[in-house]
Write a new protein. Structure first.
Length: 265
């Protein structure tokens, strides 16, 4: 699908900021009073010919402007970002450039995953599940933590897919619907080091994966069964040889992941 030859050479683990999140958002049946300070994460999958960005983090312009912050954060907890632009800082730390970016693949369009899309206007394709894009454009509101100003922009080159797709040799989508209608995770088969699966928000925490606990926050109650199937799939993948599933927002887990310029693979 993408003009890349595999397998991927390196994987960089990106951190874009942090969010105070009730445990109940990450774990079905979790506490509404216990807050976790969760990292906002993404990744870069690097090939010889270019690289693929996985998720883009928060939009610092919205967080830092009092009027924009008040207008957007009506229900979602306000995130925290380091100085400068978090996405551009992580790209630079990895020694990468937007000029060589082949594509961006989004797990879903929540505000902490699509906030960097403003940098990709008139740029490379943006891969998302068709059902996720349809929900974001037709139904999603601020109450769902979707910021239309992040993703409804002229010049974004959407590439809509359906289900499991090999985006490039060694990089495939893993449909993990439930958290949102079209949430997807990503499996990366590295040249060295085995397979890493980025669960994204289908499993915020290692507890989701280890204890088969679905995510706690769903855009629609009727997605509960899909969320259960998704966590079962991620649990099964994590038990496969030379495969590790990374939760999307686990503070303790991500404290052990090497940040750029260090890489996996």
């Amino acid at each position: 699908m993408l003009p890349l030859k595999g397998p991927p050479r390196r994987l960089y683990a990106f951190r874009y900021g942090w969010e105070p999140v009730p445990e109940a958002v990450s774990l079905r049946g979790g506490s509404k009073d216990l807050y976790l300070f969760e990292p906002v994460t993404g990744a870069a999958v690097v090939y010889d010919e270019g690289w693929v960005l996985i998720d883009t983090g928060l939009n610092p312009d919205i967080i830092r402007d009092p009027a924009l912050r008040a207008a957007h954060y009506t229900s979602a907890a306000v995130g925290c970002v380091p100085e400068g632009d978090p996405l551009l800082r992580q790209i630079a730390a990895a020694g990468l450039s937007l000029r060589t970016l082949t594509a961006c693949a989004l797990s879903h369009l929540h505000c902490d995953h699509g906030g960097g899309l403003r940098h990709l206007v008139d740029g490379p394709p943006i891969v998302v599940q068709g059902r996720e894009h349809a929900f974001a454009m037709d139904e999603a509101t601020l109450e769902h933590a979707y910021f239309r100003s992040d993703y409804d922009r002229p010049g974004l080159a959407w590439r809509l897919i359906d289900g499991e797709v090999e985006l490039a040799p060694g990089l495939r989508t893993v449909p993990t619907f439930g958290h949102t209608p079209g949430h997807q995770s990503f499996a990366i088969d590295l040249a060295v080091g085995g397979t890493i699966v980025l669960a994204c928000d289908a499993a915020d925490l290692r507890r989701n994966i280890d204890e088969l606990i679905p995510c706690g926050e769903l855009t629609h109650p009727e997605l509960a069964d899909a969320a259960e199937r998704s966590i079962e799939r991620l649990h099964a993948l994590d038990r496969q040889p030379r495969t590790e599933v990374w939760p999307g927002h686990d503070p303790e887990f991500w404290a052990t992941r090497r940040a750029p310029p260090a890489a996996y693979g």
